[in-house]
Design a protein around this ligand. Structure first.
Ligand code: IPE
Ligand code: IPE
Ligand code: MG
Ligand code: MG
Length: 310
């Protein structure tokens, strides 16, 4: 089946009750597991961390991690610590991204940004603690060969370092001052956003016992989906009538226009789905459906798009 046909089928899929139920189940599984870390009443730092982790979130990256594990025939339960670790890291990136020295954002998902509620010092430290706890949690993965856990940890380090998230955020901040070019912005999207998507899938695959070709297919899907996701986010930001503190930022839409952004988004999503059809794996429904959610998301300005809906 062609990528376009697959995408058309996935589109029907996203409105099906079965797809929505499976997505919500995974979302709830992750949120419940996260709720067990940093118990309430453990002091102001833990309170700030709980707020960052539990106030909202689509849980997209952990869902992808769990689904990659399931797709290669692994047990979702084994991947739950890894999935929670990835969400902790994601939330750390958002807390730090909103800080005055970065995007200086007032709000996140319609609520005051973490530093607005708990102060900058606790926001920085909440991010630090989330990062460290995440690696501890990933390292504590049980029922999986130790060398696979080591590969997972290594892949996560690569996704977050100078040629991953931190490098992407640095390039984002610096290129806004120096002038953004299309090449630079693609680079920023790949590093700051797609690298964590890719890692989520690769780690889920490793925990699930994937073969080499399955890992590379999922990595490719994750990279393409992550780049698409950031374009969908830029489209949402461009439609945000109220604007944000970071409204001055040059994003994909300023450089390529709304039409150009949508064309690229569709192309990346189709490529993501076809990456999965090249190798043997399980049920593609959820992974293909998620690409369509990203597509639908880019059209949902003014409908609470920054909330919990995946
Ligand atoms: C927001 O990510 C940051 C980007 C990479 C654009 P999400 O929209 O996945 O964040 P939450 O966790 O669901 O709020
Ligand atoms: C995404 O960048 C944030 C990270 C990858 C950490 P943006 O700055 O574009 O995202 P939002 O709009 O604040 O969520
Ligand atoms: Mg930013
Ligand atoms: Mg930001």
């Amino acid at each position: 089946m062609s990528a376009a046909n697959l995408a058309a089928r996935a589109q029907e899929n996203t409105s099906s009750a079965d797809f929505r139920r499976r997505l919500r189940e995974r979302q709830q599984l992750v949120t419940r597991a996260l709720d067990e870390h940093f118990p309430p009443g453990s002091g102001p730092l833990a309170a700030a961390i709980r707020e960052a982790l539990l106030a909202d979130g689509k849980r997209l990256r952990p869902i992808l991690c769990l689904e990659a594990c399931a797709w290669v025939g692994g047990s979702v339960k084994a991947a739950l610590p890894a999935a929670c670790a990835i969400e902790m890291i994601h939330k750390m990136t958002l807390v730090h991204d909103d800080l005055p020295a970065m995007d200086d954002a007032e709000t996140r998902n319609g609520r005051p940004a973490l530093h607005k509620q708990h102060g900058e010092a606790l926001a920085i430290l909440a991010g630090d603690a989330l990062l460290v706890h995440a690696f501890g949690l990933l390292a504590s993965t049980r029922g999986v060969p130790a060398e696979r856990v080591t590969v997972a940890i290594t892949r996560l380090c690569q996704a977050l370092g100078t040629t991953g998230l931190a490098g992407g955020q640095a390039l984002d901040v610096l290129s806004q001052a120096e002038g953004v070019t299309p090449e630079k912005l693609d680079h920023v999207h790949t590093w700051k956003t797609a690298s964590l998507f890719e890692a989520a899938l690769v780690i889920g695959a490793e925990v699930g016992g994937a073969g080499v070709s399955q890992v590379s297919a999922l990595a490719r899907y994750g990279m393409l989906l992550g780049r698409a996701f950031q374009i969908s986010d830029d489209l949402l930001d461009a439609q945000d009538e109220k604007g944000k503190a970071e409204g001055e930022v040059t994003n994909y839409v300023q450089l390529h226009g709304v039409e150009g952004a949508r064309i690229k988004l569709r192309e990346l999503l189709n490529q993501a789905v076809s990456a999965l059809t090249s190798v043997e794996g399980g049920d593609i429904q959820l992974l293909a459906g998620i690409t369509e959610l990203v597509w639908e998301r880019s059209w949902t300005a003014g409908e609470g798009h920054h909330g919990n809906d995946a």
